[in-house]
Design a protein around this ligand. Structure first.
Ligand code: SAM
Length: 335
């Protein structure tokens, strides 16, 4: 079992399978940064990735989420899912995607062993979707959701990052989605990461306000919460088939319960979204030396920061003793 210096158990790994993305979301990329082209040489091969994930499962990680960049941009993703799903101690294999390419891929991914999927969607309006992402799309993403549901991926969650003056007027419309689709919509507070380091504090809509604007909602009893190891709290509209959740990394910081680690597409281990430290595991994967990889993982985990300092940093007042913040945007860390 992996324990950090504060007694937290780390059993959840998010793996970026590529930093390439077909969207350029304004809050993820710094202004003017184009979607990165795939750089296969700079990213882990399937063999390296499966080997490193097997080291993590060997140390007690039971849940893995594939993310990016946009994971559906990685050639042969279903083959990779098939290999990962066979790892003996892996109990849950999930995917985070922008959903654009999900409709044609959902069935093959399910067959390969994917359990569930999170789809990011920040606007249901055509023109606004294009403004935020640089691409056409809510129709294709909604088709992806339907395909995921009919392929048997379960649960299917929709992640919506809310930004004031950008899409906060759609909270009520998003909260209605689970009334007709068996999906779990989660509203996420905008974090000062990537393209939003400076404007996040003003644009961030706090959990309490999102909850009010999504009303009427009833708290959902914990046993009825959709499967997943994350920090969301769930509610439900009367008569709905899915739920509405909230993720509040800033106003209800959940660092004390943090159970996650991140592996970038380049094979670097990141123990905190806000931490600057990275451990190069890819270079160790070449020799297939399990003990050295175990050692590097344990050393990095022991130094996992106690908490993030995003709020202080975004406000320009780093707290005393705060470690250096990461300049890494979400698309490189694996959001
Ligand atoms: N392409 C995949 C997707 O769209 O889900 C995976 C990568 S994307 C970086 C993962 C998630 O990070 C998305 O839901 C995105 O909205 C979220 N994200 C990116 N930047 C963010 C920020 N500054 N604050 C909150 N969430 C952010």
């Amino acid at each position: 079992m992996l324990k950090d210096g504060f007694g937290r158990t780390l059993d959840y790994l998010r793996v970026s399978v590529t930093a390439a993305c077909d969207l350029a979301c304004a809050y993820c990329r710094a202004p003017g940064v184009a979607p990165v082209p795939a750089d296969p040489a700079g990213e882990m091969t399937d063999d390296e990735l499966v080997f490193l994930v097997s080291c993590f499962t060997g140390l007690g990680v039971t849940r893995v989420r594939l993310t990016g960049g946009e994971p559906l941009r990685r050639p042969g993703l279903a083959g990779l899912v098939d290999r990962l799903a066979r790892l003996p101690r892996l109990e849950d294999l999930a995917l985070s995607t922008n959903g654009l390419g999900l409709a044609p891929a959902a069935r093959a991914l399910r067959r390969a062993g994917l359990s569930r999927v999170n789809v990011s969607l920040d606007s249901l309006r055509e023109e606004r979707f294009r403004e935020i992402t640089g691409r056409d799309g809510p129709g294709a993403v909604l088709a992806g959701l339907e395909a995921a549901l009919s392929a048997g991926l379960d649960p299917v969650k929709v992640n919506c990052v809310v930004a004031r003056g950008v899409n906060d007027d759609e909270i009520a419309a998003f909260a209605e989605l689970p009334s007709r689709l068996r999906v779990h919509v989660r509203f996420i507070e905008l974090m000062p990461q990537g393209g939003t380091r400076r404007f996040a504090p003003e644009r961030m809509v706090p959990f309490a306000e999102m909850l009010e604007r999504a009303a009427p909602l009833e708290p959902l009893p914990r046993p009825a919460w959709p499967r997943g190891g994350g920090p969301a709290r769930y509610y439900m509209k009367p008569g709905a088939v899915g739920s509405v959740g909230f993720i509040a990394p800033l106003t209800a910081r959940f660092c004390a319960e943090c159970n996650r680690l991140r592996l970038t597409a380049a094979g670097r281990l990141v123990t905190c979204l806000d931490g600057a430290d990275e451990a190069d595991l890819r270079s160790l994967a070449a020799g297939r030396d399990v003990d050295r990889v175990f050692g590097a993982i344990r050393t990095a985990v022991a130094a996992k920061p106690r908490r993030h300092f995003m709020i202080e940093r975004a406000a320009g007042r780093p707290a005393a003793g705060a470690p250096c913040g990461a300049e890494r945007p979400m698309w490189t860390t694996g959001g």
